[in-house]
Design a protein around this ligand. Sequence first.
Ligand SMILES: CC(C)(COP(=O)(O)OP(=O)(O)OC[C@H]1O[C@@H](n2cnc3c(N)ncnc32)[C@H](O)[C@@H]1OP(=O)(O)O)[C@@H](O)C(=O)NCCC(=O)NCCS
Length: 330
Amino acid sequence: MKQNLTAAITAVGGYVPEDKLTNFDLEKMVDTNDEWIRTRTGIEERRILKGEGLGTSDMVVPAVLELCKKRGIDPKEIDCLIVATVTPDMVFPATANIVCDKIGAINAWGFDMSAACSGFLYALTTGAMLIESGRYKKVVVAGADKMSSIIDYSDRATCIIFGDGAGAVLLEPSNEGVGVLDSILRSDGSGRSYLHMKAGGSCKPASMETVANKEHFAYQEGQAVFKFAVKGMADVSAELLERNNMTGDDIAWLVAHQANLRIIDATANRIGLPKEKVMINIQKYGNTTAGTIPLCLWEWENQLKKGDNLVLSAFGGGFTWGATLIKWGY
Ligand SMILES: CC(C)(COP(=O)(O)OP(=O)(O)OC[C@H]1O[C@@H](n2cnc3c(N)ncnc32)[C@H](O)[C@@H]1OP(=O)(O)O)[C@@H](O)C(=O)NCCC(=O)NCCS
């Protein structure tokens, strides 16, 4: 039976902070306006995690507890927990370890995965392989970022895009042919010059100078990233359908990384999907980096039907990109 084992998503949880940062708020902070942001990105507002000492784990915890409740399991039953993030609570230990401690997942091992906006797809594929190996029965995959912790709110080119949020899915073995069916994941580290954080790593540890130079914020060359993202997300999504002998007609939903509405539209057009079949919540949350895709699944969970084919597609810093084919299991 082992060769027929797939990793099915059996529950979804999500969390977005209550505090909103609207385009009109940003108008008061930088030289921008609501109309420009909406037409160039599709974003109207984002959520911001406020509160002294709160970090990414504080958003993952409620998301994971929600999915445990929905599935009727105790956190002690979780075998492994993976957190995709570029804004871990600390450089080490891993946010996954902190989450496991906070929820009482005392039997789980876990680790963080750093692949920026593609982090959830990388982690989902990894988690699915753990299930397919037959060794693990309950793997939680979370995508979460507190982007507000690394955004320069005087840089109008980046501060308008990002927000905070977390989503998580539970993976369990299935013999029904549902779950994660195929994945194409790519990376090209030569793209690092366009999207990165300059300091705080081992090349350039934090110093008075790096702080003064604002080198602990996300640096992005938006136009270049945009060009690579449009091509990367559309190409890999089309390739995934082609190698599974599918067309847009076979797909119930495109679950695209929410970076820019124009990038999402281009991907949907490329694989022949009408707007009604595309999950879009960028207007409410902006780009929550690793959080976008699981947050879409969370929001649309009630509309999904057993047997629905979903294409998940992302592009992000690295560069990293990919697409994953899922058959919904419940
Ligand atoms: C950032 C992004 C929204 C900018 O949109 P764009 O259409 O590429 O805009 P440009 O950078 O070409 O700038 C166009 C003009 O708008 C101006 N502008 C930039 N940010 C602005 C803002 N917030 N408000 C008003 N004007 C702005 C620029 O200065 C420029 O003015 P100029 O023509 O006088 O020089 C877009 O490039 C993008 O979404 N990139 C991908 C980002 C992304 O997805 N990142 C996450 C990882 S996937």
